[in-house]
Design a protein around this ligand. Sequence first.
Ligand code: GLY
Length: 361
Amino acid sequence: MKTVSVQLGDRSYAIRIGPGAAVEDALPLLRGRQCLLISDSNVMALLGDRCEAMLAAAGAIVARAEVPAGEQSKSLQYTSTLYDAALEHGLDRGSCIVALGGGMVGDLAGFVAGTYLRGIAFIQMPTTLLAMVDSSVGGKTGVNLPQGKNLIGVFYQPREVVMDLEALRSLPTREYVSGLAEVIKYGVIWDAALFDSLEANVAALLARDEVYLEEVIARCCQIKADVVQQDERDGGLRAILNYGHTMGHAIELVSGYGAYLHGEAISIGMCYAGLLSRDACGFPDADRLRVDALLASVGLPVSFSGDSPAWDALRQAMSTDKKTTQGVPRFVLATTIGSVEFGCEVSEALVESHYDGLIKR
Ligand code: GLY
């Protein structure tokens, strides 16, 4: 079992990582208190009883609220449904919300926790690799509008994050592999030793070896904690967590969400960022090829599959990215494996020239 601390003054919290990990610091928030366990229909059916038993053993009075699985539940409509559930079960300012699930559930439940009665205690229990290494840590919560993703939200830190690695055993392979894109990203943006280790342990990663995963997930969470501690509200350094995301988000938007899973789109986006980095930032081509090879070796795409999204649509989508200023996308670019720069402006000619590099030949 490993613990990582996120140091944010009176909003500090621990992340517990390991098979069978359970709540520790947040126990006083549960004992004798109303607790609303929020999950989606898939995860509740698989893991709801186990989680409820853990919360009940901690002394909580547990009620459940379930939303349909899928990104469409990350909406104001389901926010309202969950406020109703919180009121129905008598949650007051001493109560607690527990988010059990992937990024959709964590973002939605965190937003409800952060706004219900101006904020009540909140515990994240991520069940996907993507949510463990990214969305459950750092306090970004929110929902989508028909006009775009994550347009409504609050920064609201959980009181504890509990990552029971046993939850990964039932994760479909495609979703698990999608999470590996964010794991590899941490090696590229911050930690060359982590990148070397991932290269040397592809078999253990793919076998979901829990001893190795515990070490890797803890390292990713420590990196995210280091970044968030320096820039909690996303005004500067935190942008580096979006390496590969300018193109990745554009691919998701243009292809229709779900055609590519998030990590798959980010994988292609990292290949694109690697090409830009080589030409604009001196990223050695040997490093770029290592990143592409590692992505491919775990089964992530390094080029478009099937019909390629049209360049004009991708370029337009990049203009709507939150990191774009006056229509000019700002890229996170690598200088070497383990080091990046953020806020980089790149010539329009270069931005367009590497589209061809993403088309499968
Ligand atoms: N997922 C990027 C961030 O938390 O800032």
